[in-house]
Ligand binder design. Structure first.
Ligand SMILES: *[C@@H]1O[C@H](CO)[C@@H](O)[C@H](O)[C@H]1NC(C)=O
Ligand SMILES: *[C@@H]1O[C@H](CO)[C@@H](O)[C@H](O)[C@H]1NC(C)=O
Ligand SMILES: *[C@@H]1O[C@H](CO)[C@@H](O)[C@H](O)[C@H]1NC(C)=O
Ligand SMILES: *[C@@H]1O[C@H](CO)[C@@H](O)[C@H](O)[C@H]1NC(C)=O
Ligand SMILES: *[C@@H]1O[C@H](CO)[C@@H](O)[C@H](O)[C@H]1NC(C)=O
Ligand SMILES: *[C@@H]1O[C@H](CO)[C@@H](O)[C@H](O)[C@H]1NC(C)=O
Ligand SMILES: *[C@@H]1O[C@H](CO)[C@@H](O)[C@H](O)[C@H]1NC(C)=O
Ligand SMILES: *[C@@H]1O[C@H](CO)[C@@H](O)[C@H](O)[C@H]1NC(C)=O
Ligand SMILES: *[C@@H]1O[C@H](CO)[C@@H](O)[C@H](O)[C@H]1NC(C)=O
Ligand SMILES: *[C@@H]1O[C@H](CO)[C@@H](O)[C@H](O)[C@H]1NC(C)=O
Ligand SMILES: CC(=O)N[C@H]1CO[C@H](CO)[C@@H](O)[C@@H]1O
Ligand SMILES: CC(=O)N[C@H]1CO[C@H](CO)[C@@H](O)[C@@H]1O
Length: 717
């Protein structure tokens, strides 16, 4: 008693001195050790730039209430270092504020620095300027790459250290990650790859953060870096730590899957997630991270190629930060069941046993008497009765029962007791009257209007430097063909093309997430003599994965015009004139300050046949304190801004297999709004009708338990 009393006072003294409790973080073969204590940790990914600082406290609080111990986030290099040596940690990019918010609520942080992160984030998190570093090859034993990777990693670690944010300094960071799923691409780099892995591990460890480093999906992670699992079923797929002294950690357990334009949402049930998390813990796992716990929004142009703007909306906290039930509640119940017996799990000896053909059990037993059992039914069809320690237990199909005392079942992964809910979208305002809107017509630039020329089709990204999604390819074509209606034949490596002949729209095409390249064959009416051909190429996010990201090719690769096989002209190597981006982007017409002067907004025109038009309206903030979403279901494709802040790209015309847009509702974070006089600007590529846009509030409604009858735990004796 006395020694405890004394310890408490000295600890209090320490807290007063350093402001927070310093913790020592190490690991053994069972788990991470915090101040020498083994821990089972539940972690949830929340990416700070995918929401707003105003949302962070409530997201973190809901994670904590759901039984989450650790918030995991990547660090997003491209937003932090937009130019070499120039840093931005403001607003949504305020990493220190995010980490401190987590700390204030008493949770830990896992910081996945990467700095390659993939994450369906444009260019996998690399700033585009990295592409233009002479001699660079990304993610291998390449000096220029290693220089910038070390430079940024050091910057982040130094920033965290100077704010005292690592656990040994009294901060919340208990774990860091270097690289990201490198094994997926390792083969492409030959022997240089393993030199790079060793270098990355050494470089990271040399930064002396005082907390362990992990490499996910890297079976050969060099000591002392811990290899960890990513996937949906790590309990089944993980080959385990590569040393008996390392714990079994799961850095990405996908709660759903990211969605692409043209794709359907991936619905992963609460029961399935709970089964695989429980199996992982039963098989010695001691750290599970939900990827994502809150997905959020790919605001601006931050999403990667073809990925929709809503990110992991199916996570336990939905895009708006609302509880997705019963997923959130069922996982909360699971966390409580496991925490109730974590001491035995961490100190006990594990044994496995067979309970039937498709049934097995894991038992953790302590010498001093504690006992925990996991009874597993792998049969997907049938309830099965098993015998365990002279009692019989009914196990639901494909489920695991947790017995914290080896006797009483307190949780079964397939028995959902949490309440269910449904999302309600309530219209707050529509914009159905033409006099609510103004428009600004984006012109079609012709060859003579461009100043930048080249005798070839240029690669899209290298030409725009990612300053815009858009690149105009323009050509002057002297028509001496013998036929009246020749065919224009276009090949593109990615992602979208719109064709104009003499200022008239003639057609367009696009690829998709899996097959990015596409061809376009269009009959065109041309004048005899000179014609203007202008093609608008567009990208929907940069690629984020695979080897040699720096060598990817996007944009037009071939343009031909033909009357017949014999009579055709290849225009690929003609003289092309280029314009990067749109005029409205250069004028920043979405910014209120700028739109007054140079931009002449006019009355709404004939909306049925308008291509490339900016639309503007104003609205009042809904009074109820609920999340806000714009229904852009009547639009075509483009990007939208509220008070100068981009709420992301939208793409309605790209339908899924059921004939619906992959995403019609677009989140407007509350902090983007003023009480009144909010300005909405929409850049529409074509085919959209602004009169159908509406502003909505989003909430959830608890649905009755009737559809989900509460089962009493089947555990007959
Ligand atoms: C990182 O690079 C910048 C220039 O890009 C330089 O100013 C800075 O000193 C470098 N930092 C380190 C730690 O090498
Ligand atoms: C769990 O760890 C114990 C050693 O503590 C080992 O005997 C057992 O094989 C491990 N189980 C699994 C499924 O890896
Ligand atoms: C225990 O687990 C090991 C490793 O997975 C397996 O080979 C063995 O058959 C299991 N034992 C029983 C009794 O199920
Ligand atoms: C399994 O048992 C539960 C609870 O008794 C029951 O509701 C359910 O219908 C059974 N399922 C099957 C596949 O027999
Ligand atoms: C199960 O019952 C048998 C006799 O019925 C007894 O010998 C045995 O000790 C019991 N086992 C447990 C684990 O209680
Ligand atoms: C739009 O709002 C007006 C006024 O609030 C209302 O009269 C009208 O019915 C609404 N139209 C649609 C299509 O919802
Ligand atoms: C990128 O563009 C520059 C000119 O701006 C050119 O020198 C370079 O070769 C291009 N690189 C690639 C990979 O196309
Ligand atoms: C048509 O014009 C191209 C140059 O634009 C020229 O190479 C070609 O010989 C001309 N063909 C005819 C039939 O005049
Ligand atoms: C082509 O574009 C130029 C520049 O805009 C214009 O002066 C010319 O009249 C156009 N030619 C045709 C055939 O439309
Ligand atoms: C265009 O020029 C490139 C580079 O000079 C050449 O490789 C290619 O064959 C040419 N394509 C056509 C269709 O002439
Ligand atoms: C490792 C793993 O479990 N991968 C799976 C992740 O989820 C995708 C999509 O459902 C599966 O195709 C993978 O097999
Ligand atoms: C100015 C001019 O001649 N414009 C013509 C360009 O070509 C389109 C057809 O592609 C004609 O409709 C225009 O009249």
């Amino acid at each position: 008693m006395e020694s405890k009393w004394w310890r408490r006072w000295s600890l209090l003294a320490l807290v007063i001195i350093v402001g927070a409790e310093a913790s020592d973080v190490t690991y053994d073969g069972r788990s991470l050790l915090i101040d020498g204590q083994r821990k089972i940790l539940f972690s949830g990914s929340i990416h700070y730039p995918r929401s707003t600082p105003q949302m962070w406290p409530s997201l973190i609080a809901k994670a904590k209430e759901g039984g989450i111990d650790v918030i995991q986030t990547y660090v997003f290099w491209n937003v932090h270092e937009p130019q070499p040596g120039q840093y931005d940690f403001s607003g949504r990019y305020d990493l220190v504020r995010f980490v401190k918010e987590v700390q204030a609520q008493g949770l830990y942080i896992t910081l996945r620095i990467g700095p390659f992160i993939e994450s369906e984030w444009t260019y996998g998190g690399f700033p585009f300027w990295l592409h233009d570093v002479p001699g660079i090859v990304f993610r291998t034993d390449n000096e220029p790459f290693k220089f910038y990777m070390q430079n940024f990693t050091t910057k982040i670690v130094d920033t965290m250290k100077s704010e005292g944010l690592y656990a040994p300094q009294g901060g919340p960071i208990i774990l860091s990650q270097i690289e990201n799923e490198y094994q997926n691409i390792q083969k492409a780099f030959g022997p240089a790859a393993s030199r790079y892995v060793k270098w990355a591990a050494q470089m990271a460890v040399g930064l002396q953060t005082g907390v362990p480093w992990v490499m996910c999906k890297q079976t050969d992670a060099p000591d002392p870096v811990i290899n960890t699992c990513n996937g949906m079923r790590c309990g089944e797929t993980f080959t385990g730590p590569n040393s008996p002294d390392k714990p079994s950690l799961w850095t990405e357990n996908w709660t759903s899957f990211y969605q692409v334009y043209g794709g359907l949402p991936y619905i992963r049930s609460a029961e399935d997630i709970a089964f695989h998390v429980t199996l992982f813990v039963a098989r010695n796992g001691s750290y599970v991270n939900y990827y994502m716990y809150h997905g959020g929004t790919n605001l601006g142009r931050t999403g990667s190629a073809y990925v929709i703007t809503a990110y992991y909306d199916q996570a336990p906290l939905d895009e708006y930060g609302l509880l997705r039930q019963p997923k959130w509640g069922h996982l909360k119940d699971l966390h409580a069941a496991i925490k109730s017996c974590s001491s035995t799990l961490l100190q006990g000896v594990q044994k496995n046993l067979s309970l039937g053909q498709m049934q097995e059990g894991y038992v953790f037993e302590e010498e001093k008497g504690g006992c925990v059992a996991f009874l597993i039914n792998n049969d997907k069809e049938n309830n099965v009765t098993v015998q365990f320690r002279n009692r019989s237990y009914v196990l639901l199909p494909k489920s695991i029962s947790i017995l914290p005392d080896c006797e009483k079942v307190t949780f079964n992964t397939a028995n959902v007791n949490a309440e269910s809910n449904r999302r309600i979208v309530t219209p707050a305002q529509n914009f159905s009257s033409a006099d609510m809107w103004e428009q600004f017509q984006e012109g079609v630039p012709n060859f003579d209007d461009t100043s930048f020329k080249s005798n070839s089709l240029l690669e899209h990204m290298n030409t725009t430097k990612d300053k815009s999604d858009y690149l105009w390819y323009t050509l002057r074509f002297e028509n001496n063909l013998s036929c009246n209606a020749p065919t224009l034949n276009i090949q593109s490596a990615a992602h979208v093309a719109h064709v104009f002949a003499n200022d008239t729209y003639v057609g367009g095409a696009h690829g998709n997430h899996d097959v990015k390249s596409f061809t376009l064959e269009l009959p065109v009416t041309l004048n005899e003599g000179p014609n203007n051909i202008s093609i608008l190429g567009a990208m929907v996010g940069l690629p984020d994965s695979g080897a040699f990201l720096e060598r990817r090719f996007a944009g037009l690769t071939s343009v031909q015009i033909q009357c017949s096989e014999e009579e055709s002209y290849d225009l690929t190597n003609s003289t092309w004139g280029y314009q990067v981006g749109l005029v409205g982007e250069q004028l920043q017409v979405y910014n209120e300050q700028n739109s007054g002067n140079e931009v002449q907004w006019s009355q709404l025109g004939d909306i049925n046949n308008q291509m490339l038009t900016w639309y503007k309206t104003t609205f009042e903030a809904p009074e109820v304190d609920e999340p806000i979403a714009l229904d852009l279901g009547s639009m075509g494709k483009g990007e939208a801004w509220v008070n100068g802040e981009s709420i992301g790209r939208y793409w309605i015309l790209f339908h899924d297999n059921n004939g619906n847009p992959s995403q019609a509702l677009y989140h407007v974070p509350r902090s983007f709004l003023k009480a009144s006089g909010n300005v909405l600007v929409v850049m529409e590529e074509g085919g959209g009708n602004p009169l159908g846009v509406s502003l909505n509030t989003v909430s959830v409604k608890t649905t009755s338990h009737e559809h989900f009858p509460k089962l009493s735990f089947p555990s007959a004796t």
